[in-house]
Structures are given as C-alpha cells and as structure tokens.
Design a protein around this ligand. Structure first.
Ligand SMILES: [Fe+2]
Ligand SMILES: [Fe+2]
Length: 340
C-alpha cells in the first residue's frame, strides 16, 4: 500500500512538526552537531542513538500512519477474497492481502524502536486520532477494482516507498526494502489481472474502464498536497526522511503509468493529460483537493465502516491475545521452575 498520509498531521500532534527546538545545553549541542553530520554524510540513525525529539516524533507519526495504512488497506481487497473469479485469483489475492498484514507488522515493530508502544499506536487508530491513507476510504465495487488497486494504488505506493529504502532511520529503511519487493508483486498481479480482463468480453472491458475512472484521481492525490502547500516536506528532506517531493513523485507516477494504460487499452480520465515536449513529461489536470481533505478528515464514503471493522476485529481478537499471553506466562513459569 500507500501513503498520502505521510504529509498529514494526526489530529493530536499537528504542533509537533513546526520547529526544531534549540539545543538546551553544550552537551546537547554537540549531539545535535553529530546528528547533523551523520545526516549530511547520508548515514543511518539507529534506535539507541541520540536524535532530536522532533525527528523522533515525525518518524513515529509517519511510520505508525504507514502501518495503519497497511492494516486498513487489507479491508477493501479482503472484501473480494470470497468472490474472486477463480482459484488462481483467490490464491493470489489471499497472498497479497496477507503481505499487507505483514507490512503493517514490520512497520509497527519499526515504530516501537522509537519508544512508542503498539498499544498506544493502535489506541490512536481505534479512537480516530491517527490517520491512515485515505485511498482506503473508498469502496471496491467490482472485481476490476481489485486489479486497479494492484496496478495503480500499489504502483503509487511503490513510487512513494522506493525512496524510503534510503530513509535516514535504519529500521524504517530496512523494513522498506522487503516491503517494496512485495509491493512490486502486488502491482504486477493487478496489472496482469486487468490485461486478462481487457482480452475478455465488452462487459469486462467496461468494468476495467469504470474502475480506472473511479480510482485514477484518488491515486494522484495519494502523493499528498502540492509542494507549495507542504511546508513540512522541507524538514523531512533535511532529515533524510523524505527524498523526493510530492509533485516530483506524482509526475514520475503519471509518466510511468501513461504507457502502461496504452498497452492495457484503457483511457485515463483526464482530458488535460498530454505529453509536454518542452518539459519531457506529461501535463495533467487539476486534482480535487476539497474531496481529498474531506476524506482525510473523516467524511469519505467508507471512513466509518473501515474504522468500525478494525475496532471490531481488535475486540473480537481479545481472547486470542489473552490466551497467548497466559500460555507465555505458563511457559516462563515452567522454565524458571526447571532452572531453579
Ligand atoms: Fe501492496
Ligand atoms: Fe503494503
């Protein structure tokens, strides 16, 4: 999955990103200088090392939003596992949705190395304080949506996430290397499923085009607000967390996707989309940012349903967590008895 939410403050910590507080003492100043030098040299920051508080908070927010997005992102496609059109498609979709669950788990673990607990992160998600990628607040109406999510949503996620493999925070960067390999499979399986449908009946082709029409603009919005409206991006770049700007990533995505759409035989729903010889890139039309912000702020078509499903899953799973803990305690007690 993916990630416009990287640029969106959670409801409660919008104030944490504004200013790097000045170092309080000569000792802290020396630590800050060391930190800056490591970042300038393109080195990695590891969990037990000193880091500015604002860097830590930004990473906790970004990595936990990313983890939540992976977990919530399982829902729109999971909805189709029981209705996949063949055993082969069902097996592929189960594997893909399971991968997303795994991505969430790596990312919660990476965020935990920054001193925040999984319970705190999940509580923020379940109480609606934490954001996740708004792309998952839209419904999956037909089977072609599953293919289009793989092709475009996972495709946009890859574009966003490849630069994160070089992120300055070690655990996040290392998690992203494996995540990106799996995202690449997600993108390919989606594109391949659509290629097959586009060789099918008129109705199947129409389903693919309809799904593309509904997802295209939402995928462009996944890269976040325009650079001019993303003041936090500059600090993210300075810290080596963000490597490429929102608009540059969006442009790369458009340029990569246009030829793929041509091979597939679908039309991208933008009358302003055309090659600009001078820029050696595609021009494209206006994104509806009002709709984007309305969805980010909880008023998309599926926000309540998605959150409700996650909270129910968490509550329904309480007995499994309790049983696992009770078993672990019993084992520990037995081991201690044997060792005594
Ligand atoms: Fe994915
Ligand atoms: Fe993922």
């Amino acid at each position: 999955m993916y990630t416009q939410s990287f640029n969106v403050p959670d409801s409660t910590d919008g104030s944490t990103l504004k200013v790097v507080p000045p170092a309080a003492s000569a000792h802290e100043e020396a630590l800050q200088t060391q930190f800056d030098a490591r970042i300038d040299a393109d080195g990695k920051i590891e969990p037990r090392e000193w880091m500015p508080e604002a860097y830590r908070k930004t990473l906790v927010r970004q990595i936990s939003q990313h983890a939540h997005s992976e977990i919530v992102g399982m829902l729109p496609e999971g909805n189709w596992i029981s209705r996949a059109p063949s055993l082969k498609r069902k097996a592929i979709l189960i594997a893909k949705v399971q991968d997303e669950g795994g991505h969430g788990l790596y990312l919660y673990s990476a965020a935990e190395t920054l001193g925040t607990s999984r319970d705190q992160m999940l509580d923020a998600l379940h109480t609606g304080k934490a954001k996740y990628s708004s792309i998952f607040n839209y419904p999956t109406l037909n089977w072609a949506d599953v293919g289009v999510i793989g092709w475009l949503v996972d495709g946009a996620a890859i574009m966003n996430q490849i630069p994160l493999c070089r992120c300055s925070y070690g655990p996040y960067a290392r998690a992203m290397i494996r995540v990106c390999k799996e995202e690449s499979f997600h993108q390919r399986q989606g594109y391949e499923a659509l290629l097959v449908m586009m060789q099918g009946t008129t109705e199947q082709k129409a389903m693919v085009q309809d799904a593309v029409n509904r997802w295209w603009w939402k995928c462009l919005a996944m890269f976040g607000p325009p650079d001019a409206d993303s003041p936090n991006s500059v600090q993210g770049m300075r810290w080596g967390i963000k490597r490429i700007s929102n608009d540059d990533l969006r442009q790369k995505f458009v340029d990569a996707t246009v030829p793929q759409a041509k091979v597939l035989g679908v039309t991208l729903p933008d009358p302003d989309l055309k090659w600009n010889e001078e820029r050696q890139a595609h021009d494209y039309g206006q994104i509806d940012w009002d709709e984007f912000w309305a969805t980010v702020n909880g008023n998309g078509p599926c926000n309540k349903e998605r959150l409700g499903t996650r909270v129910k899953a968490w509550n329904d799973g309480a007995w499994v967590r309790d049983a696992a803990l009770a078993h672990a305690h019993k084992q520990q007690a037995r081991q201690m008895k044997e060792a005594a």
